[in-house]
Design a binder for this molecule. Structure first.
Ligand code: D5M
Ligand code: FE
Ligand code: ZN
Length: 487
């Protein structure tokens, strides 16, 4: 659905279309020879205005007095007396920020605690299911002939070859290999290596069969909504400092954000899920692709750009794999001494990756999304062009970076902070530079794309980004609107 440069999307059954009265009023103005700026159409499309025909006729009459046949957005804004509503109540709470929770233990000990914690947390999620009352450790089921017993484990290996469907699981007590029976084979295909599952075991002598595979998954979720009409803009992957950073389009977005556009007037939050800057030394020969050659300069530029955001808008920034701090997940906030001018702004909040926020009651999980690479590479059917499918998989396994030892570095920690314990209303990620929306068990799944045009690397591997799109999230209705700034 296109109206001017705004595309309207609907989740569930709500779609904003040009209402009939608006269309009739516009047709009338066109017939009278008026030129209507697309802004007018945008504003009218997005607002409940009574007597649209009267509004337009009044403006036309005013204009005709000066022999002017143009109606612009500002004419409408003036007529309707639109202005920033200082009274929109806003409240935010940082429910979780990994930065404060990092313990950074070293070596093998650290990894051992990390996996113990992962197992324990995911098992307790699984224990909320009724089946888990017959739960056994792997070492305890050897030799038993009991029926209807379940075990939990991390996926060590899966084999799907010819007519063989096998799964090897590991828990704290041992490993077990079993043949996967027909009804569970479809689930087996979609499993991620190292993810946590529970299986129903059927033992006949030495023959072990898994007849059901259960993933932690998300229970039916009733989402939280804001009381008032207020928007959050979701962004990621600016890559400031790169030759390919779309500065012009990003500045247009910033201009729009500070303009009297009917949507912009209602924006109170901006969330940036990583890759703020392009960084230095992130990939070989990167310096040839940089306009700003140091992270310091790149972050200074980021500070300048973010300072153009009106200060009644709260900005939350978490890092990605191109930002300074530490590379391994979970990542602490971009350090204060690297970006003093971001840290010093009252309306900017520097968070880690991942982080969980509540803004006007809506819970948003922010995660850059590096692990999407591992899942696309390791699981058939997952594609870079459909990051929302991967994000739904991440929710299903209840872990932000399930595959260990692939591309995404994971740091040893006493606690696994990447388990999705608290269920969000919105899951916001980036990293793959493709904007995509979906809903999973009531959770809005949003990949917010990028503000960097296709890089030579992406071209070489056939990745086609969809940059320059701002995702507007209505915190009251959960309606999502994409505004395209790409020229
Ligand atoms: O990642 C942007 C996109 O490019 C994301 O889809 C991953 C992909 N990418 C980037 N570098 C690599 C390498 N070295 N291997 C595989 N895929 C890659 P960004 O984090 O913005 O660089
Ligand atoms: Fe990126
Ligand atoms: Zn990235």
């Amino acid at each position: 659905m296109h109206v001017g440069s705004v595309r309207f999307y609907s989740i569930y059954n709500i779609t904003i279309m040009m209402k009939r009265d608006v269309r009739v009023a516009l047709d009338y103005a066109f017939k009278k020879g008026f030129q209507i700026h697309p802004e007018v159409i945008e504003i009218l499309g997005g607002m409940e205005i009574e007597n649209v025909d009267k509004v337009l006729k009044d403006i036309m009459q005013e204009k005709l007095r000066d022999g002017d046949f143009h109606i612009s957005g500002s004419d409408l804004v003036r007529y309707l007396g639109l202005e920033i509503d200082e009274d929109i109540p806003t409240k935010h709470e940082i429910l979780f920020d990994c930065t404060a929770r990092l313990t950074m233990p070293v070596g093998v000990e650290g990894f051992s605690s990390l996996f113990k914690s992962r197992f324990k947390k995911l098992k307790s999620i699984m224990e909320q299911r009724p089946e888990s009352k017959n739960l056994r450790n792997i070492s305890n089921i050897q030799g038993t002939s009991e029926k209807d017993i379940y075990i939990c484990g991390l996926v060590n290996e899966k084999t799907i070859k010819d007519n063989t469907f096998k799964l090897t699981l590991e828990d704290m007590t041992g490993t077990i290999e079993g043949f996967v029976a027909e009804p569970a084979r479809e689930t087996l295909k979609g499993l991620f290596l190292d993810q946590f599952v529970m299986v129903k075991v059927d033992r006949r002598g030495d023959d072990i069969r898994f007849i059901e595979i259960i993933q932690p998954d998300i229970p039916l979720h009733t989402s939280n909504h804001a009381d008032n009409e207020v928007y959050a803009v979701l962004l990621s992957d600016l890559h400031i400092g790169s030759k390919y950073f779309m500065e012009r389009e990003f500045r247009e977005f910033l201009d729009w954000l500070a303009s009297p556009d009917s949507y912009a007037l209602k924006v109170r939050f901006v969330l940036v899920a990583g890759d703020i800057i392009d960084g230095v030394g992130v990939f070989p020969n990167q310096d040839k692709e940089l306009v700003e050659k140091t992270t310091h300069k790149q972050l200074e530029k980021a500070s300048e750009l973010f300072s153009l955001i009106p200060d009644y808008i709260k900005v939350f920034i978490s890092p990605g794999n191109h930002d300074p701090g530490r590379r391994a997940l979970p990542q602490p906030a971009i350090p204060r001494d690297s970006a003093p001018n971001l840290w010093n702004k009252k309306n900017i909040f520097m968070l880690g990756n991942p982080a969980l926020l509540s803004i006007n009651s809506v819970k948003i999980l922010m995660f850059h999304g590096q692990s999407i690479d591992d899942i696309v590479k390791g699981v058939t059917g997952m594609e870079y062009s459909h990051p929302a499918d991967v994000m739904k998989g991440i929710l299903r396994v209840r872990h932000l970076s399930p595959i260990f030892g692939s591309q995404t570095p994971i740091a040893p920690e006493n606690e696994d902070l990447l388990v999705i314990e608290d269920i969000p209303d919105v899951f916001h990620a980036g990293h793959v530079h493709v904007t995509e929306l979906d809903v999973y068990k009531g959770i809005k799944v949003i990949n917010s794309g990028a503000w960097q045009r296709q890089t030579p690397f992406q071209l070489s591997v056939g990745q086609i980004p969809t940059p320059g799109i701002a995702v507007l999230f209505n915190l009251k209705t959960h309606q999502i609107l994409l505004r395209n700034f790409l020229e």
